[in-house]
Write a protein that binds this ligand. Structure first.
Ligand code: SF4
Length: 448
């Protein structure tokens, strides 16, 4: 039998992307061929996201779009498989809504994906439509991955699930309680990645600062980072998804002491108004956030801070929105993203009365993004004349610039890029540059 081709679509966050990479490797070692062309695939697998309404809509649109390859009958696609957070959250209720789908799999089935796809080609009587158990899966270094990010950069998933109980968030019910990998296991995977040429490790989890709280002996994120700095071949270590109330001085001091750790912190605060933070069940109020950011800037000078906010949460009166706006003006984050509040069924916040229209939520979001654009431009302009290490990621599409990449203060996908000129550079190479210009999001530089 010729090897069957599989096309994988990965939606959502970096944690979901790592799951897709684990499934890709399992299928490849199970004799399947991976193709990035759905029209060639016998099986199309969509690894979905479902944490807020827009993400759910995108997942369903993608399933229906891929189903066209199956329906048309003009391609080899015979089976559609849906994995990830959508089936984990909604279970077999999806079967009726999406009859095009042959198999719905929960996150615990990730390591068994090969067996499940083999099962699709068994006589119908042996087949299930949905296999969705408790979200217990936690990958380890033994779960090989087919890295889908550029070869020089990879996400490192240090834990799964979340034990925080933010009132608006469905992730704990989808992904289960927080469960951390061991330091040895994570270092083992980092060594494998480094051996493949990865230079940048991007630390990810739902709450990276909760790392180890669920494990005997409570290994800390700081200890893990120090161990990762010993992995040969790794040049940059970047930390995403930290939780303000879990940020420790120990972690900040480790960031200041270890050259490989990018002076970059993604610290989603969601809001700054005490009443809203209480209603969100976020630990710590605006004062705690202000203090931890002040400490971070004292202990790690020139640290770049990214955050994400939610507008239109129930009870966000115009005055409380003004509080948030002045907080953003005062703190001056380097990078900022804003979501409009989406009431998620099954969450406590969804039961709260709210009279804030979608239009008003969006208006508040636009105001914050506009203010932030000015702040980012100011901050980026202060970098003109400075030397920055840039990880080259490819050719620049801007005239007058040969390559584009990222400096340590820029995470992939979510922050701007650095466009460079004036010298030879290879993708994956670290080059030293002088910043010559800046705009709201991007930097422009010449190779020194
Ligand atoms: S920290 Fe809060 S918002 Fe983030 S995944 Fe956990 S419960 Fe959700």
């Amino acid at each position: 039998m010729p090897a069957k081709k599989v096309h994988i679509v990965s939606l959502g966050c970096p944690k979901n992307l790592v799951d897709s990479e684990v499934m890709a490797a399992a299928l490849a070692s199970g004799g399947y061929l991976l193709t990035d062309r759905p029209e060639e695939a016998a099986v199309i697998l969509i690894n979905t996201c479902a944490f807020i309404r827009p993400a759910k809509e995108e997942s369903i649109e993608e399933i229906l779009r891929m189903a066209a390859w199956k329906r048309g009958g003009n391609g080899p696609c015979t089976h559609l498989v849906v994995t990830g957070c959508l089936p984990q959250r909604y279970g077999s209720t999806l079967e009726e809504a999406l009859p095009e789908v042959d198999l719905f799999l929960g996150v615990a089935e990730i390591p068994h994906i090969g067996r499940h796809l083999d099962g699709l080609f068994q006589p119908a009587r042996h087949r299930h439509h949905s296999i969705i158990g408790k979200p217990t899966f936690l990958m380890n270094a033994g779960h090989r991955r087919l890295i889908s990010t550029p070869a020089h950069s990879a996400y490192l998933k240090i834990a799964d699930g979340c034990s925080n109980r933010c009132s608006y968030c469905a992730i704990p019910t989808i992904r289960g309680k927080a469960r951390s990998r061991t330091i040895d296991d994570i270092v083992g995977e980092a060594e494998l990645l480094a051996a493949q040429g990865v230079q940048e490790l991007i630390i990810t989890a739902q709450d990276t600062t909760a790392y180890g709280l669920d494990r005997k002996g409570r290994p800390t994120l700081s200890r893990l980072l120090r161990a990762l700095t010993q992995v040969g071949g790794i040049s940059w270590i970047r930390i995403l998804y930290t939780y303000p109330a879990h940020l420790t001085e120990e972690l900040l001091r480790t960031m200041a002491a270890e050259e490989k750790i990018c002076r970059y912190l993604d610290i989603p605060i969601q809001h700054s108004d005490d009443a809203i933070l209480r209603a969100m069940h976020r630990r710590g109020g605006g004062e705690l956030i202000r203090d931890i950011i002040k400490r971070a800037r004292e202990i790690v000078p020139d640290i770049a801070l990214r955050t994400s906010l939610i507008t239109g949460f129930p009870g966000e009166t115009p005055r409380r929105f003004e509080n948030l706006l002045s907080f953003v003006r005062e703190i001056r984050f380097d990078h900022l993203g804003v979501f409009t509040y989406s009431p998620e069924e099954g969450t406590e916040a969804a039961t709260l009365p709210s009279r804030i229209s979608e239009k008003e939520k969006q208006r508040r979001r636009d105001i914050l993004m506009e203010v932030q654009a000015g702040i980012s431009n100011d901050i980026n302009s202060t970098l003109i004349g400075t030397r920055q290490e840039v990880l080259v990621e490819g050719k620049s599409d801007l005239s007058g610039y040969t390559h584009m990449g990222r400096c340590r203060r820029q995470a992939p996908e979510i922050d701007g890029a650095t466009h460079i000129r004036g010298g030879a550079a290879e993708t994956g190479q670290l080059v030293t540059c002088r910043i010559t210009a800046a705009d709201d999001y991007d930097l422009f530089a010449e190779i020194i």
